[in-house]
Design a protein around this ligand. Sequence first.
Ligand SMILES: *Cc1c(COP(=O)(O)O)cnc(C)c1O
Length: 359
Amino acid sequence: MTRRYNFCAGPAALPLPVLEQARDEMLDWHGAGLSIMEMSHRSPEVVSVAERAEATLRELMGIGDDYAVLFLQGGASTQFAAVPLNLMGENGVADYVNTGQWSKKAIAEGGRFGKVNVAASSEDTNFSTIPPQSSWQLSADAAYLHYTPNETIGGVEYFWVPESAAPLVVDMSSTILSRPVNVDDYGVIYAGAQKNIGPAGLTLVIVRKDLLGKAHAQCPAMLNWKTAADNDSMYNTPPTFALYLAGLVFDWLQAQGGLQAMEVRNRRKAEKLYAAIDGSSFYANPVELQSRSLMNVPFTLADDSLDKAFLAEADAAGLLNLKGHRSVGGMRASIYNAVGEDAVDALIDFMQDFERRNG
Ligand SMILES: *Cc1c(COP(=O)(O)O)cnc(C)c1O
């Protein structure tokens, strides 16, 4: 078996020990004589898997009892609609900050259910910056302030938390679990699982309990966080196998030393890669220094006619999925938790070799 280095932005690499454990438990989960996928979501086995996953996640992130943890479906994109439906009320207004493609999608969806005020935008810098908070035009009566702590496509990350009277609502899809955060700073944290949590099909929502029960009268039951909270995320059939795998990833993170340890490792990986890019005139990253993502590192070649050869040779060298998003071109290395330092070292070696041969 040859496992290759996977820099995919999502669905992304999973830790090898997690895949091995899932393989070993696939046919016969803990002596039950069947796989976890084949059991009722109301069975004691699946309920225990869900409870354990939630408990481990609460420990990892330091989530207090005043927050509900919901395991849902539909991806972060469904939450773009669920957020306004749960929080905006009738004729409400919400503030949004536009720092890239995912912010834009959240803004477009929010505007379908109420008034969206775009408090700040970095579109004029081609999304290579985060507008300083002093420039934000917040509304006096906003139901919430929505922003995207890590823009997966542009590779732009906040290393600070905005000041806001309204609850902060954040799409943490591509930065969650990469480093510690103070959950109490936020009203709602949501994330699709397929970057840093587990396989696609699971969506995580962490919501402060006082924000439950405010949903729009037309809000579908499946999008209503209170319905999910009241039913322990089992109002309907949850994605049981994805939840089981997420639980294994949470266990793995704990065994690595938790989120402090992941931050140390993730910073080391990112610093190396940015140093390699900055140290050459052959490669470039456009993002302002203080906002460079630890998880998604886009880069371009000085001569973009070499892009195709770069990608083909990288693939042949066992370095997969380095193509940039179709909206921005170039390359992107996504270096989530499950992408080891060995993968980053291999990528840097390849980049330097490619430059020597083509520079
Ligand atoms: C991947 C991603 C999304 C989209 O997630 P889906 O689960 O595919 O809906 C939304 N926001 C961010 C920041 C992402 O990285």
